[in-house]
Ligand binder design. Structure first.
Ligand code: NDP
Length: 491
């Protein structure tokens, strides 16, 4: 006792609670200086190239291919050959073996992939380590399980693969989006040409190494990197039977127009402007955590982000106060630091878009709050932001910002909450916070959104279908529903 008292006297309580840096080692991943396209199981030397950078430091990480029409043509040719010469006729249990192998290798190499994802995309390592990688592996495990059970999934309908799938993915969850697309396509017996986003190609290129390790037959998965022109060449190619696209509503609409009348199948997973609705009977501290996770997870680069917060008027002041206090504890900085909560914005272009929309919020009359935080000098950064005093007509309440920016609005009755939440061209997700189960069900039935979370937000699971209404797109990924877009049925 005396010893304890002495120690306490000599150790004054620390005044500064800042964390010591806890950086993850970069050495666990080896980045090549230069990458080609992965076509027919081989690296093909590129004609054109560009540099991919780290958004947190602006340092160039590698030179990668700017895929041309000829590269896309070669990749589609390889995918067609692989489809015709074995893959589409392989038994489901044989296809499953490859998918299980890919899943296990992803688990084994998770640390390497997580570091690369954070380096190339700017997201905090704790998210790539605890969310992106486990979920990517889980998708391969899940769809491996379906590969030999398609007849049971769709009884009396004789499911057959569609053919070659052209898949175009965005930069916010590079490896996870790859998994969402590649796993169901292969489980159903299709072959694939995938184009990663221009700014985040590196984990898809490392994935080619996994495919080789898993001894996947050559040409079953081909990866062509490049910008929107490469994506457009893939969309337009006659040898592609299906396009699966995740990205902006604008590009999604353009793709839909181009494919009209071609007979090619299409699924679109587009933007969102989700309502996160908090009733006065909810557990407020829990709701604050859900709000923070809903909008600041992955710097708000999330299509289903809870970017519009609707708070019941009676608790508005109290909730905003709690939220602001919580924001002061968010650590913004080095994505490879295990303590970091909010990493770097993905690109200079995206940072510019966020800045201009935030400026429009200020100009239109909303009240802005940003916690005091020192942003690094190099790289692309934006402080977590909350807008109060927001009208529904403001651009920050209407448009997808795709950044760490929350707009707070209020409501008085459940009817008003429904009306306001659905007042958007999008319909991807929604959140409801209340202690009453009956109110959750009442609200969920009225939300025009593909996914509705209750007393939680941003929860993902491979068994659960994900997709949108209205301008958020069509088609579902995940679950049994996620198989259908990759199958045709011989009734
Ligand atoms: P895009 O829709 O442009 O990009 C998505 C993917 O499509 C990328 O691989 C992109 O290539 C490719 N692409 C671009 N143009 C074409 C085309 N004409 N034909 C075929 N493929 C194409 O999104 P951005 O990256 O430009 O982001 C812009 C905005 O979109 C963001 O600010 C955000 O609001 C929203 N967005 C929404 C996402 C979602 O998940 N809902 C994901 C990403 C963005 P490249 O990378 O080279 O442009």
């Amino acid at each position: 006792m005396a010893e304890l008292e002495r120690t306490q006297r000599h150790a004054p309580a620390p005044k500064d609670w800042t964390y010591a840096p806890a950086p993850e080692s970069r050495d666990v991943v080896r980045i090549a200086e230069r990458y080609g396209n992965f076509i027919g199981g081989e690296w093909v030397e590129p004609r054109d190239t560009y540099a991919t950078v780290s958004p947190s430091s602006e340092e160039p990480l590698a030179t990668v291919a700017q895929g041309t029409e000829a590269d896309v043509d070669a990749a589609v040719g390889a995918a067609r050959d692989a489809f015709a010469n074995g893959w589409s006729e392989l038994s489901g249990s044989e296809r499953a073996k490859y998918l299980f192998r890919v899943a296990r290798i992803l688990q084994e190499r998770a640390r390497e992939f997580a570091v690369l994802e954070s380096l190339n995309g700017g997201k905090p390592i704790k998210e790539s380590r605890d969310v992106d990688l486990p979920l990517a592996a889980a998708h391969f495990f899940y769809y491996a399980g379906w590969a030999d059970k398609l007849e049971y999934a769709f009884p009396n309908r004789s499911p057959r693969p569609v053919g070659v799938a052209g898949q175009i993915i965005p930069w916010n969850f590079p490896l996870l989006m790859l998994a969402w697309k590649v796993a169901p396509a292969l489980a159903c017996g299709n072959t694939v040409v995938l184009k990663p986003a221009e700014t985040t190609p590196l984990t898809a290129l490392l994935f080619c190494d996994v495919l080789r390790q898993a001894e996947l037959p050559a040409g079953v998965v081909n990866i062509v990197t490049g910008d929107g022109r490469t994506g457009a060449a893939l969309v337009d190619h006659d040898g592609v039977d299906k396009i699966a696209f995740t990205g902006s509503t604008e590009v999604g609409k353009a793709i839909q127009r181009r494919l009209a009348g071609t007979g090619k199948r299409l699924t679109l997973e587009l933007g969102g402007k989700a309502a996160n609705i908090v009733f006065d009977d909810s557990a407020l501290d829990q709701a604050v955590e859900g709000i923070v996770n809903g909008i600041y997870f992955n710097q708000g680069h999330v299509c289903c982000a809870g970017s519009r917060l609707f708070v019941q008027e009676s608790i508005h002041e109290q909730l905003v106060e709690k939220l602001k206090r919580r924001l002061t504890t968010l650590r913004v900085g080095d994505p490879l630091d295990k303590n970091t909560d909010v990493g770097a914005i993905n690109s200079a272009m995206q940072l510019e878009k966020i800045r201009s929309l935030v400026q429009s919020g200020v100009d239109e009359g909303a009240e802005i709050y940003q916690p005091p935080c020192r942003l690094p000098e190099k790289g692309y950064w934006f402080a977590p932001t909350v807008f109060t005093n927001v009208a529904q007509s403001y651009r920050i309440a209407q448009e997808e910002i795709f950044g760490p920016v929350l707009s707070v609005l209020t409501f008085r009755t459940p009817d008003e909450a429904v009306e306001k939440a659905n007042n958007t061209p999008y319909g991807l997700s929604a959140g409801i916070w209340t202690e009453k189960g009956s109110r959750i069900l009442w609200m969920a039935q009225r939300m025009r959104a593909g996914v509705v979370w209750a007393n939680t937000f941003n929860r993902f699971d491979p068994t659960s279908p994900f997709g949108g209404y209205k301008e958020s797109g069509f088609g579902r990924e995940g679950g049994l529903h996620g198989l259908e877009p990759y199958l045709r049925f011989e009734e």
